[in-house]
Design a protein around this ligand. Structure first.
Ligand SMILES: C[S@@+](CC[C@H](N)C(=O)[O-])C[C@H]1O[C@@H](n2cnc3c(N)ncnc32)[C@H](O)[C@@H]1O
Ligand code: SF4
Length: 434
């Protein structure tokens, strides 16, 4: 029997619900050669324990670090974010992060880390010194690529002169700003702590400090008209950003907006907004390369692309999720959500800060892979399916045929890519792989 479990809220993005079959538990074991390849295993052989075939190579590895505090909780937000105490316990947090990382090392031993994402919550609440200690910790413990993409999420209401410069001096090379809108009325309705003018100042500061800046905006906001949506997207693009994330506002369970729902634009208007945003972005040279992401050439978020290509990520910090592959299994993990409990448990160094850990079953992998890969406009090479899941193509042949027959999937046998129709009805397409 299948059951619904909440999983893979790809860190830094609105959450997702997945229907999965079965569960399992596992202990982590050390992995393989330094380049991520499994020595002496070029072919896939069947592993009876988990219903998986062996992986011939381990995927690229990213690191996600969760900073759980915000100035105050936004009414639409279901991220693991908590109103900050009077003083953020930076030392305690970093000591716990160090303990969390050190306990995770055996699971990623020798592997190179290609991207780091410090998300939240509001990481820009941390001082320059705290981010410096955090990055030193990563460098001293991990095999971090010299040109690794290192992103920090920032809220325009927490930006101080000099802080972005300090982050950059420590090694942050990409800032993701939570702008949401340039309209003060909408910012007020969203409970944001900043004005449109503060957002403009933050963009300028971020662009001066680091080479790469992403702007997060939301559309289909309470009472928003098409013209107001156009104004928001136009201003974001005029700022010359290389990367834009546009999320349709969703009412998430257990939020203030779920309890007191605001009136939102209807489906047709939201669809018009999406279309107009894509047109404006395209005219400005930004390609929609993922459901919610637009980028100039070579400016795609490498960290997020790794999620969508079913790469690995180590999740550190309260509530962080991770996915780590081993030659014979793929493990998902989650950390304790409450900042104080996570800090206490991590410091105890007894593994109790890991609240969930399970091996993905062979039956879950097709959907997990397709859920991510089909979000990419260009799709992925067919060979990536077996490479990343250890499953033979035969496990999805029927679903592929059905999806192609319905015109949802490209008929090109070398790629897994949604057609324009499949892109429009992505949930329907993804659910064929359940
Ligand atoms: C963790 S937040 C970003 C950083 C920072 N905490 C901030 O809000 O400025 C990630 C992004 O997810 C989007 N998001 C959060 N909740 C959402 C919701 N209910 N519907 C759509 N997008 C949402 C917002 O655009 C937000 O910037
Ligand atoms: S600032 Fe960001 S993470 Fe914090 S509550 Fe608001 S949307 Fe959520």
């Amino acid at each position: 029997m299948s059951r619904v479990i909440p999983i893979i809220p790809a860190p830094g993005m609105p959450g997702a619900t997945v229907t999965a079959t079965g569960t399992g538990t596992a202990t982590l074991t050390s992995t393989s050669a330094a380049d991520g390849r499994v020595a002496g295993s070029s072919a896939q052989t069947h592993d009876k324990t988990h219903g998986l075939t062996l992986l011939s190579a381990l995927p690229p590895l990213s690191v996600y670090i969760h900073v759980p505090w915000c100035v105050r909780k936004c009414p639409y937000c279901d991220f693991n974010s908590h109103e900050k105490p009077a003083v953020i316990p930076e030392k305690q947090y970093l000591d716990a992060l160090q303990a969390d990382l050190e306990q995770a090392l055996p699971s990623i031993w020798g592997r190179q880390v290609s991207t780091v994402f410090i998300g939240g919550g509001t990481p820009s609440l941390l001082s320059g010194q705290a981010i410096d200690r955090l990055l030193s910790l990563l460098r001293s413990h991990l095999n971090l690529w010299p040109d690794a993409e290192i992103t920090l999420e920032a809220n325009p209401g927490t930006v101080e002169a000099g802080r972005f410069q300090a982050y950059a001096a420590s090694g942050i090379n990409r800032i993701s700003l939570g702008i949401q809108s340039f309209n003060d009325t909408h910012l007020g309705a969203l409970g944001r702590i900043h004005s449109a003018d503060q957002a403009r100042v933050a963009i300028d500061m971020a662009q001066r400090a680091v080479p790469r800046v992403n702007l997060d905006l939301m559309f289909a906001l309470p009472g928003q008209t098409l013209a107001q949506c156009v104004a928001d997207a136009t201003e974001a693009l005029r700022a010359g950003t290389e990367h834009l994330s546009m999320y349709q506002l969703t009412l998430e369970p257990n939020t203030v907006f779920a309890k007191y729902p605001p009136v939102l634009p209807d489906e047709d208007l939201a669809a018009d907004m999406e279309e107009v945003i894509e047109g404006l972005a395209s005219a400005a040279g930004l390609v929609r390369y993922e459901v919610s992401a637009f980028a100039k050439p070579a400016a795609q978020a490498r960290h997020n692309v790794n999620y969508w290509e079913f790469g690995d990520y180590l999740g550190l910090g309260p509530g962080a999720h991770g996915k780590i592959s081993f030659p014979d299994k793929i493990v998902r993990q989650a950390r304790m959500r409450q900042p104080d409990s996570w800090m206490r448990s991590a410091i105890a160094r007894d593994g109790s800060h890991v609240s969930e850990q399970r091996v993905l079953t062979g039956a879950e992998l097709p959907f997990e892979f397709m859920l991510n890969a089909l979000r990419l406009r260009r799709g992925v090479a067919c060979s990536l399916y077996t490479e990343r899941t250890g499953q033979p193509m035969a496990t999805i042949t029927k679903a592929l045929q059905k999806a192609t027959d319905r015109g949802l999937l490209s008929a090109d046998p070398t790629i897994l890519q949604a057609t324009a129709q499949g892109w429009r009805f992505l949930n329907e397409l993804q659910s064929l792989f359940l």
